[in-house]
Design a protein around this ligand. Structure first.
Ligand SMILES: C[S@@+](CC[C@H](N)C(=O)[O-])C[C@H]1O[C@@H](n2cnc3c(N)ncnc32)[C@H](O)[C@@H]1O
Length: 427
């Protein structure tokens, strides 16, 4: 556990310093290939868990310290150990003992006494401390204050549930390839292998407990794809028919593009500006036995990749703050700045304006974000419709059973992520 704690503390310190969790873990897997492979699950648990509850852990640690810690790695080590004490079944004495030994590995032998005292103090006073920090919203919800306030202002009746859902383990949902089999047949296949699951939506199933990718029946063979239930809403909204010319303008890794191709024999162009991510699109097409044009280009600069022939459908699943999927990337909760939301909205506006030009008359554009902030969603679309007199926002079938939510908005909950959909038709 000593090595696991040390590596996890390094990752957490680097994320707190501003780096992305995915990038830090990828770096770790490369650098410590052997030990990291053995301890991968444990390191992931500790880093994801610590970042998930970082607001609470920071508040508790501050309450336990007489003066601020100067060493960022020592602080991260204490946060990881507090996470283990509060949220895991690791034996408390082992957690404390290993954290004290980890101090040495970090070259911080002089901090052993302090680490021991802080963690033991936590064990003695945890109930009172917990009650005390609950009064701080950043601790209670483990989000930044601006994020809490934005959600409260935009969803007065739902913000608490959404913030709480951000701190849950995400569900594992699959999309059944209905060209190959029905949802009922796939549920039977899962049951025969002892995997509990329930049907959700037209083609989805949610597993009762997560299963590693290599143990998901039929995944490698293209019978199913991993895709959140809220993301599975996209392709059916496009109202696709065989032969249609369709553009997926932000296609990687190909979740919605492959779904669209499972629904109809379309002529699809899969565009993305990130060549490395397009590799995953090609791999997904190959896994599912599908074929489409894959193009690397900037959706906001159509001149560079468009052949001038209008598309009948455009899917614009634009880059966004990802505030609806924060539980899948808990570093996002701490790395996002309030100004990022406005910057994303500006990029999205440029993309929407450019993509509108490649859509033919009567065609439909589906605008999608995995954000819950209205600047990127309802406000963005309302401004778009105002700028483009030839655009009509179409009504969508009810997406959620709560009519108080803005049109097209799905909020994250235990069953699905947070997404936004708007379907626009060109006159
Ligand atoms: C939300 S993801 C798309 C997810 C994808 N539609 C799916 O369902 O699997 C957004 C994608 O937009 C791409 N992207 C970002 N800026 C872009 C741009 N200017 N032009 C095209 N793609 C861009 C990113 O590389 C990323 O793959």
């Amino acid at each position: 556990m000593v090595e696991v704690q040390r590596l996890a503390a390094n990752v957490v310190a680097n994320v707190i310093a501003g780096r992305s969790l995915d990038a830090e873990l990828a770096f770790l897997w490369r650098r410590h290939a052997q030990s990291a492979a053995r301890d991968r699950g444990a390191i992931q648990d500790l880093t994801y868990g610590t970042l998930r509850f970082l607001g609470w852990l920071e508040a508790v640690l501050d309450a336990l310290l007489q003066k601020p810690l100067r060493d960022a790695r020592l602080r991260a080590l204490m946060l990881v150990a507090l996470y283990q004490l509060e949220h895991t079944r690791a034996a408390p004495h082992a957690v404390v003992d290993h954290a004290v030994r980890t101090c040495e590995l970090l070259g911080l032998a002089s901090a052993k006494g302090l680490t021991n005292a802080v963690l033991r103090n936590f064990l003695r006073k945890r109930t009172a401390l917990g009650a005390r920090v609950q009064r701080l919203e950043t601790a209670r919800f483990s989000h930044q204050q601006w994020w809490i306030e934005k959600l409260r202002a935009q969803y007065p009746s739902h913000y608490t549930a959404a913030l709480e859902a951000d701190n849950l383990h995400p569900p594992l949902a699959l999309r059944v390839n209905r060209r190959r089999l029905g949802v009922e047949n796939y549920l039977a296949m899962l049951a025969s292998q002892g995997i509990g699951a329930e049907a959700a939506g037209e083609s989805g199933v949610i597993l009762a407990a997560p299963v590693p990718a290599d143990r998901i029946p039929g995944l490698a063979e293209g019978l199913v794809s991993v895709q959140d239930i809220a993301a599975q809403v996209a392709a059916p909204l496009l109202d696709l028919r065989d032969g249609m010319r369709v553009l997926d303008a932000c296609a990687a890794p190909g979740g919605k593009a492959t779904h669209a191709m499972e629904l109809a024999d379309i002529d699809l162009t899969a565009l993305d500006s990130d060549e490395r991510r397009l590799e995953r699109v090609r791999a997904n097409f190959a896994r599912l036995g599908l074929a489409a044009r894959v193009v690397c280009g900037d959706a906001a600069e159509a001149g560079a990749w468009w052949d001038g022939k209008a598309f009948e459908r455009v899917l614009a699943d634009v880059p966004c703050s990802a505030s609806g999927v924060a539980r899948r990337h808990p570093d996002i909760k701490w790395l996002r700045r309030v100004t990022d939301v406005i910057q994303f909205a500006q990029v999205q506006k440029r993309m929407l304006d450019a993509l509108w030009q490649v859509l033919g008359s009567g065609g439909k554009l589906l605008y999608v974000t995995c954000s819950v902030f209205q600047e990127e969603n309802g406000e963005q679309v309302a401004n778009f419709v105002e700028r483009h007199p030839d655009a009509t926002r179409l009504n969508l079938p009810a997406l959620d059973d709560d009519p108080r939510l803005p049109a097209g908005q799905l909020l994250q909950n235990p069953r699905h992520d947070g997404f936004f959909y708007a379907l626009l038709q060109k006159a």
